[in-house]
Design a protein around this ligand. Structure first.
Ligand SMILES: C[S@@+](CC[C@H](N)C(=O)[O-])C[C@H]1O[C@@H](n2cnc3c(N)ncnc32)[C@H](O)[C@@H]1O
Length: 381
C-alpha cells in the first residue's frame, strides 16, 4: 500500500519535518500530512448525486488506501436494492466496495464493467451512482438475478427521466472479446470484479435442531461444469482469470482502472495468498498495478475494529487457537487496482472513437471475425 491513513483515524498532531528526520532509525515513520496532500494526485471532486432520492454527496471519498466498507452489515447495504433471490449467491461483493471504487475512479455517465458479475452488484451500484454499466456472467440463473436487480432499480426510478443504461450478457468471460458488442470497445472507465475462489465459499448458515449448524448457498452452480472458473482448480482459475484481464484491455479507455477485490483464504491452516497471485495475473495480462488497498470487512469503531466474521470463520479460528496455532480472523479484502496504458503502443492497430479516444482494435477485430467464422454468439439477457 502506498500510504495508509484511514479518515476515521486521523493523527491528532502532525510531526514536523525535523522530528521525522530525527527518528530516521525507527522502523516506521509517520508521513507528514502536508507531504501526503502535496503528493495526492486524486482527481478533482465530482458530483456523485443521482436523482433517485439517495443520499447526495458533493465530493468523492478521500484518497485513502483503507476503505471503510463495512460500517453497516452486508444485509443492510443490500436492503431494498436487491431481490430476495440474490441472497443465495455464494460470494457476493460488498456494495460499499463497488461504491467506493465507482465514486473514486469514474465520473457520472461513465461506463463500468464487470466480466463476472454474479447478481450484478457492480452494475446495480454503478447505475445507482449515475453511471452506465455492462456485465457478463456464466451461470444463467445469476444472469436472471442480475437482470432482476437492474429492473428493480428501474422500477424505483433510478436515473430519473433518462432511465438507466445497463446490460447483462450471458457467457464465458474468457471469450469477452467475442461476447460484447463493438459499442463497448474502448469505452469502460472502470472494471470492478472479483473471481470465484473455489468450489466452496462462506455462504449462509442455519442451526437445525438435532442436526447442528449447517451451511447452505455455499456452492457455485454445477460443480462438473468446467466453464465456471470455480470448478477448474486453482492454477486453471489463475490462467483463466489472466485471460479475462487481458481481454478487458480491449474494452477499457486508455488509462481506465480495474479494481479487483479478493481475500486470502486458509486451506487447513495454511494461508493462500490469492491477492499476490492475482497481482501476478494482472501483470501477466499487461496491466499496470497502481494501488493495493484494504477494504474492511469489519466496522471501524472509535478505538478498534468490530469484526463481522461468519460463524464458520470464528469457529475455525477458535479451534485453531485452542490447538495452539495463533491465527487471526480475516477482517479485510485486498482491492488491487490496475490501469491500462494511457496510449496504445506504436504499431498497434489503433482507431479514434467518436469521442476522440484512442483504442486498440486489432485484438477485437481478429477475435470477432474468428468467432463469426465459428458461428459462436454471446447472448444479451
Ligand atoms: C465472486 S463471484 C462474483 C460475485 C459478484 N461480484 C456479485 O457481487 O454478485 C464470481 C462469479 O463469476 C462467475 N463465473 C465463473 N466462471 C465464469 C466465467 N467463465 N465467465 C463469467 N463468469 C464466470 C460465477 O458464476 C460467479 O457468479
Amino acid at each position: 500500500m502506498p500510504v495508509t491513513h484511514d479518515a476515521t483515524h486521523q493523527p491528532t498532531a502532525e510531526p514536523s519535518a525535523t522530528t521525522t528526520a530525527a527518528v530516521g532509525d525507527e522502523p516506521t515513520q509517520r508521513i507528514p500530512r502536508a507531504l501526503i496532500t502535496a503528493l495526492d494526485t486524486s482527481p478533482t471532486p465530482v458530483d456523485n448525486s443521482v436523482d433517485n432520492g439517495e443520499q447526495k454527496s458533493s465530493a468523492e471519498p478521500p484518497a485513502v488506501s483503507v476503505w471503510t466498507t463495512a460500517q453497516s452489515s452486508p444485509a443492510a447495504q443490500r436492503k431494498n436494492k436487491y431481490t430476495p433471490e440474490s441472497t443465495a449467491h455464494p460470494a457476493k461483493m460488498l456494495p460499499e466496495v463497488v461504491r467506493h471504487a465507482v465514486t473514486h475512479y469514474t465520473k457520472p455517465g461513465e461506463l463500468v464493467l464487470d466480466p463476472m458479475c454474479g447478481i450484478g452488484t457492480t452494475l446495480v451500484e454503478a447505475v445507482r451512482l449515475g453511471r452506465r454499466a455492462v456485465g457478463v456472467e456464466y451461470e444463467p440463473h445469476w444472469v436472471e438475478v442480475a437482470q432482476a436487480n437492474l429492473d428493480l432499480a428501474r422500477e424505483q426510478g433510478v436515473g430519473g427521466d433518462d432511465g438507466i443504461d445497463a446490460r447483462v450478457f450471458h457467457g464465458d468471460a474468457r471469450q469477452l472479446v467475442t461476447l460484447l458488442p463493438p459499442e463497448y470497445v474502448g469505452r469502460a472507465a472502470l472494471v470492478v470484479t472479483s473471481p470465484p475462489y473455489g468450489p466452496s465459499t462462506h455462504g449462509q448458515v442455519s442451526a437445525v435442531p438435532g442436526v447442528g449448524v449447517q451451511k447452505y448457498h455455499h456452492l457455485y452452480g454445477n460443480t462438473l461444469d468446467r466453464g465456471n472458473l470455480a470448478n477448474i482448480g486453482h492454477h486453471r482459475l489463475l490462467a483463466g482469470f489472466t485471460r479475462i484481464l487481458a481481454a478487458l484491455r480491449t474494452f477499457l479507455k486508455p488509462g481506465g482502472h480495474i479494481a479487483i477485490t479478493i481475500r486470502p483464504w486458509r486451506e487447513h491452516a495454511e494461508l493462500i495468498d490469492l491477492p499476490s497471485q492475482i497481482l501476478a495475473c494482472g501483470r501477466a495480462a499487461g496491466l499496470i498495478p497502481v494501488e493495493r488497498n484494504v477494504a474492511l470487512l469489519a466496522r471501524a469503531a472509535a478505538t478498534d475494529l468490530v469484526a463481522r466474521g461468519s460463524f464458520f470463520q470464528r469457529d475455525f479460528i477458535r479451534k485453531q487457537r485452542e490447538a495452539g496455532l495463533p491465527l487471526h480472523l480475516i477482517a479485510h479484502e485486498d482491492v488491487l487496482v490496475f490501469r491500462t496504458a494511457l496510449h496504445t503502443s506504436a504499431g498497434n492497430c489503433a482507431a479514434g472513437t467518436s469521442s476522440g479516444e484512442v483504442v486498440d482494435l486489432g485484438q477485437y477485430r481478429s477475435a470477432r471475425s474468428a468467432r463469426d467464422g465459428a458461428g459462436e454468439r454471446g447472448q444479451a439477457a
